[in-house]
Design a protein around this ligand. Structure first.
Ligand SMILES: NC(=O)c1ccc[n+]([C@@H]2O[C@H](COP(=O)([O-])OP(=O)(O)OC[C@H]3O[C@@H](n4cnc5c(N)ncnc54)[C@H](O)[C@@H]3O)[C@@H](O)[C@H]2O)c1
Ligand SMILES: [Zn+2]
Ligand SMILES: [Zn+2]
Length: 381
């Protein structure tokens, strides 16, 4: 591996050539890291719904294709660019899809978890505006969500990387980098769920299930899983859901899930929308009691609006949302890594499938069909 430092590497990556098309797993070139960058050999990379949104709909509508997705990764530093002292070859890392330089005005502001080095553009390219990925015939390939973890090698600016303990299983802890930090953070850090509260989680994918796990830990009395796919219900129970509801199969005389929660439970203290569906956001908000908090986590299609009754804001219901569970990325990942290392976070519950990179399109299909919680792409060592 060390023999490649300073040279281009030829390796396999899953390249998306455009929305609506399957990815092509092919050989690409990965440039060496420039100043302030590191090149990483990816070990594990989870498939998150946000990748699916990009592939199926180019959700943000401004990603340049062809691109390499994957933002829930883990890996080992292969080489470092000039001036990099914080990382050395062999270090184990998790890439951050929101950078955290710890120096800029935003990083110094406790009220936000954004960083000035992170822009819409740097989601697609490196901070200097160029790419490190090339097709074999010399055309540029871009990143999505800043990481490009569906490639055997990626290049990251050091603002967007956290070093982790070398003893942990990289094929598991990659999940901390998105679904776990997101689900946990929204419960513990954004909503601050309290003991004996009544909680509903809309959407029982890995994000929603991590939220359920966290709500259980916070001592919530009632944790209701809401999903249109009832195959998720027994899984949600394992994570701590006390009951589950299918909004498409409500009792006679009940028109909406929010009506059910208002009439049966007097409204809920906390709701989490982990789908990305405007109707589900409205339901989650209108399910609250007067001191309730609704957190939007799912990514709804761009250009959509949520019609809500503003009088509910006047009576005290709160509507909010976040990326990364509202954590400064380094703080959130450190918190969860410590939890994992002390045996208090069961990542095995999330991993339902492991696939090789060449089978990545099958992993995306499993998610489209609702047949997986997390598929982890595992790379050859
Ligand atoms: N805010 C963030 O920081 C952040 C981070 C990661 C992912 N996300 C977003 O969170 C969402 C969930 O991601 P995931 O990886 O867990 O996805 P997933 O596909 O694994 O899970 C989504 C679940 O929602 C269910 N669902 C679909 N329509 C529904 C409806 N109308 N009502 C109730 N349930 C419904 C599906 O059956 C599925 O079980 C996605 O939109 C993803 O893009 C946000
Ligand atoms: Zn994600
Ligand atoms: Zn910053």
């Amino acid at each position: 591996m060390e023999g490649n430092a300073g040279k281009r590497i030829k390796c396999k990556a899953a390249v998306a050539y455009g929305p609506g098309q399957p990815m092509s797993v092919e050989d690409i070139y990965v440039d060496p890291p420039k100043a302030g960058e590191i090149r990483v050999k990816i070990v594990g990379s989870g498939i998150c719904r946000s990748d699916l949104h990009i592939l199926d709909t180019n959700i943000a509508n401004d990603f340049t294709f062809p691109l390499i997705m994957g933002h829930e990764g883990s890996g080992v530093v292969e080489s470092v660019g000039t001036g990099v002292t914080a990382f050395s070859p062999g270090d184990h890392i998790i890439p951050l899809w929101i950078p955290n330089c710890q120096k800029c005005d935003l990083c110094m502001n406790r009220k936000t978890n954004f960083c000035q080095t992170g822009t819409q553009e740097t989601m697609n390219v490196m901070p200097d505006g160029t790419t490190r990925f090339w097709t074999l015939d010399g055309k540029p390939i871009y990143k999505s969500i800043g990481c490009a973890a569906f490639s055997e090698y990626t290049v990251m600016p050091i603002e967007s990387v956290i070093a982790i303990d070398k003893s942990v299983d990289l094929e598991k802890v990659c999940l901390i980098g998105c679904c776990v930090v997101t689900g946990y953070g929204n419960v513990v850090n954004v909503a601050k769920v309290d003991r004996d509260s009544q909680v509903a989680v809309f959407g029982l994918g890995a994000i929603g299930l991590a939220a359920i796990m966290a709500a259980k830990e916070c001592g919530a009395r009632r944790i209701i899983g809401v999903d249109i796919n009832e195959d998720k219900f027994p899984i949600a129970a394992k994570f701590g859901a006390t009951e589950c509801v299918n909004p498409q199969k409500l009792p006679d005389g009940v028109a909406t899930v929010e009506q059910l929660f208002q009439s049966s439970y007097g409204g809920l203290d906390y709701t989490f929308e982990c789908v990305g569906n405007v109707r589900a956001i409205k339901s989650a908000f209108e399910s609250l009691n007067r001191w309730g908090v609704c957190v939007v986590v799912g990514l709804p299609p761009r250009g959509t609006d949520v019609p809500i009754n503003p009088w509910l804001l006047l009576t005290g219901q709160k509507l909010t949302g976040s990326f990364y569970g509202g954590y400064k990325p380094r703080e959130g990942i450190k918190y969860l890594m410590d939890k994992y290392m002390s045996g208090q976070l069961d990542l095995d519950l999330f991993v339902t499938n492991k696939l090789k990179l060449q089978d990545i399109n099958r992993g995306f299909d499993l998610m489209r069909k609702g047949e997986t919680i997390r598929t982890v792409i595992v790379f050859d060592k």
